[in-house]
Design a protein around this ligand. Structure first.
Ligand SMILES: CC(C)(COP(=O)(O)OP(=O)(O)OC[C@H]1O[C@@H](n2cnc3c(N)ncnc32)[C@H](O)[C@@H]1OP(=O)(O)O)[C@@H](O)C(=O)NCCC(=O)NCCS
Length: 170
């Protein structure tokens, strides 16, 4: 079992992107936890990464052990319409071999702590494709409120999937 002192949390860097890409693509191709359907490329992740900042509401944090990325948590614009600017969508993804060890909680809590100190961020929304017991529990544990269900809002792998909306004050 990995000891907590072996794990560091820090803002994501461009050099983390190959590992981030591999984690992302695993969940895109193998699972319904994300509604992304197409494998991303490094170019695509570079463009995505360019939208984060080390101040402001759009952040990316990674959990690392030595040179390898164990997972990442990010806040992105909730919606393109400008009045939604104080709302962010938050998410957290771990390398599939690193789940269930407390890393997701550490990482997501650290992201929320940063956002709480960021004046421009007012609400965080986690959209969880259900069932996802780990993510549902994590959102509840970190103070998100279940504010509703988008019933069969998505279609992936030949089936409809519902999405629970979790909301948290920042
Ligand atoms: C969801 C995820 C980030 C959770 O991180 P994690 O490190 O695995 O979870 P933690 O070990 O920090 O556990 C946090 C809480 O969730 C619970 N939990 C974790 N996995 C669980 C599971 N599979 N079933 C039930 N509860 C679970 C833990 O018991 C803990 O709650 P507790 O303190 O009350 O016991 C991680 O499992 C993951 O990356 N999953 C795949 C990607 C994903 O679904 N991301 C979320 C998209 S919305």
């Amino acid at each position: 079992m990995m000891k907590p002192k072996d794990i560091q949390l820090r803002p994501g860097r461009e050099s983390d992107l190959p590992d981030v890409l591999a984690i992302h693509n695993h969940y895109v191709l193998e699972t319904t936890v994300t509604f992304e359907m197409e494998e991303a490329t490094l170019e695509n992740r570079l463009e995505w990464f360019g939208k984060f900042d080390e101040t402001g509401p759009h952040r990316i944090l990674v959990a690392v052990s030595g040179d390898s990325v164990l997972g990442y948590a990010a806040s992105t614009p909730f919606h393109e319409r400008p009045a939604y600017a104080p709302s962010v969508m938050t998410s957290v993804y771990l390398h599939p071999d690193r789940t269930g060890l407390g890393i997701g909680e550490k990482l997501y809590r650290a992201l929320l702590d940063l956002l709480e100190k960021t004046e421009q961020a007012h609400r965080a929304y986690g959209l969880v494709v259900i069932p996802n017991p780990g993510s549902e529990r994590l959102h509840e544990k970190l103070g998100f409120r279940d504010t509703g269900l988008l019933n069969e809002a998505g279609y992936k792998f030949d089936a409809y999937h519902s999405v629970r909306i979790y909301e948290r004050s920042l």
